[in-house]
Ligand binder design. Structure first.
Ligand SMILES: [Mg+2]
Length: 276
């Protein structure tokens, strides 16, 4: 990897002469793995907090609110303030709020999802309704109902705009994969002939809204992720310094099969904490 060389007294990561001021990091496979903190993650977060770095922990999971996630991470041994968590549900609510403000559309939404999504939409000023919605917003849930999917299909056919929080086809559980937002979206697409607009990774929209949230700029922001096909491609397309960690999905020998490269490859975040 061609890294900018920095004075050996430096404790910062540099990019084209600019110090990295803000950090975005994926959660699963980077900070936690099956509810266990990955070694080095707790120290990295603490370092960012202690040095007042602007950072956000990103997740495509739209089930939980940031408060729920902060509590879950705490149980795994990671103390992440809830204001430092950015979910696809928050990114979706922000995107829809911008759409309403800039395009004169209504603010009525029919949602399929959990508290993470409904809370975010409420706070963004949306009316959650099953009557005459402007948007159908699909998020992650563990209790998909045929009735709710039927209603979503009918609203979309009647003209509601179809939005999904994330494209993931499956989600993890201790008993094996579960069908997730992308799989349900495919069912609705088949029934309506309409594709959703999907806000979560790998849409760089997720990163842009995160950066706006912490007033970050792409040239001085880094993204840490464990997947070449989502975190790294989206980070690259958003113009960020990209750091692939090998503690999750993508393995070192798989990197060569992609037509692009991250700026850095590290075994895990334990290797990063010595740099910042
Ligand atoms: Mg991940």
């Amino acid at each position: 990897m061609a890294e900018e060389s920095t004075p050996n007294t430096s404790t910062s990561v540099y990019r084209n002469g600019h110090e990295i001021e803000c950090w975005l990091t994926d959660m699963d496979g980077v900070l936690v793995h099956e509810n266990q903190a990955i070694p080095g993650a707790a120290e990295l977060i603490q370092r960012w907090v202690d040095t007042s770095k602007r950072f956000l922990v990103l997740t495509n999971n739209s089930i939980y609110t940031p408060r729920d996630l902060a509590a879950r991470l705490s149980a795994s041994g990671l103390e992440v303030p809830e204001e430092n968590i950015w979910t696809s549900a928050l990114a979706t609510a922000q995107f829809l709020k911008d759409q309403v403000q800039s395009s004169d559309s209504g603010n009525r939404a029919y949602t399929i999802g959990e508290a993470g999504l409904t809370t975010a939409l409420h706070e963004a000023g949306f009316i959650l309704t099953d009557t005459d919605p402007d948007f159908v917003v699909l998020g992650e849930t563990r209790t998909y109902s045929f009735e709710a999917i039927t209603m979503a299909v009918r609203h979309i056919l009647a003209g509601a705009r179809f939005i999904a929080t994330n494209p993931d086809a499956t989600g993890p559980s201790k008993d094996g994969p579960l069908p997730a937002t992308g799989a349900i979206a495919a069912m609705i697409t088949k029934a309506t002939g309409r594709e959703p607009y999907i806000v979560g990774k790998p849409n760089p929209m997720m990163f842009r809204s995160a950066m706006n949230q912490i007033d970050a700029h792409s040239e001085t922001t880094a993204m840490i992720g464990d997947r070449m096909d989502t975190d790294i491609i989206a980070g690259m397309e958003a113009g960020l310094h990209t750091v692939l960690v090998l503690s999750g999905i993508t393995q070192r020998d798989e990197v060569a099969s992609f037509p692009f490269r991250p700026n850095q490859i590290l075994d895990s975040v334990a290797d990063l904490k010595s740099q910042i």
